[in-house]
Design a protein around this ligand. Sequence first.
Ligand code: GCO
Ligand code: MG
Length: 408
Amino acid sequence: MSIASVDVTVTSPGRNFVTLKITTSDGVVGWGDATLNGRELSVASYLSDHLASMLIGRDEDRIEDTWQYLYRGAYWRRGPVTMAAIAAVDMALWDIKAKKAGMPLYQLLGGASRDGVRVYAHASGTDFEALSNAITGYRELGFTAVRVQTGVPGLGQIYGVSAAGPGVRYDYEPAKRSGDRPAEETWDTRQYLNHMPGIFSKIREEFGTDLRILHDGHHRMSPIEAARFAKDVEPYDLFWLEDATPGEDQTALRLIRQHSTTPLAIGEVFNTVYDYQTLITERLIDYVRSAVTHTGGITAMKKLLDFAAIYGIRSGIHGPTDISPVGMAAALHLDLAIHNFGIQEYMPHNEQTLEVFQTSFTFDKGFLHPGDQPGLGVELDEEAAGAFEYTKAYLPVNRLLDGTVHDW
Ligand code: GCO
Ligand code: MG
């Protein structure tokens, strides 16, 4: 058997998604997620203009060989566009292989290592009261872990705080449909550093010690600011501090480590194992944050997480709404199978998205399960997808109070 057709769908049920469909000569269909927030069309073009013709006629079972053919064979390696495209092909081929085997994908990855996948929700609020209401709402839904982000006095709309007001949020989406250029936000690290530890203290007072509290610094601190912050928040026992410093500077994490025992997570903007080489071998992080969609798919993620396991580092796979339900399912199968699972991010998709993508994963008391359908367990309804046209959207750009462009 061989690959007979390769098709790319870009659909926008509230936000943009790029989905790859591979069909074999005997009619088995596999799906892959290639969504790269704010740069969707570049990956769609990489797939349809460059990779599609190379895939036709290939043996769909040769997943490792196809991965190496696309990665090494391109000569131009790495980068989010290339690696999202390879990830989509890889996911689709695993989907096909598992469907042919009549098994859910996690069985081919070694079978379940646990009963369900602990997930964390996104709680946010412009002030403490709103944040506290959001946390209460998620706890009532059964979540045992929440990521908390809050407004900072003196700053307007900032990263991670829902603009739509307090409460439990299902449709948080930072990429804005703002016409021809990104929206701009304002930031001040000094005000943030002074404000945030007090928020964690109040959360512990109100919710006790059981709740797992996560926080995302979104690449905004300098190494020494991050070291101070990680040290200041130690008494509040964070599950992790994510992206404290800009991701490309691996050695910045050394400085944070020297000063604090707050667990560190990084990697949502990474796309290969090489981005982690120093971080893992020097044990500078505790959680790997890559998305399956942005890091070359299941083949590459399994190797990355096995490498991390040797150093006692666990998974914390990226799962915002810019990962499509196909990418989310790929993460869940890996989460269930690997031994060094840590936690999984879960931002539920909106209703329109779940009409376009039929999913079989289930949520129960703070845990997700990928379901037992053969393959990934997600199917794209192409007719439903056709009703939602691509709409240009950008992630915001961030400026300091004096107008300097800063990391977002
Ligand atoms: C997270 C992330 C996201 C990103 C988004 C960018 O931890 O979930 O930081 O919220 O900002 O994926 O496209
Ligand atoms: Mg993040």
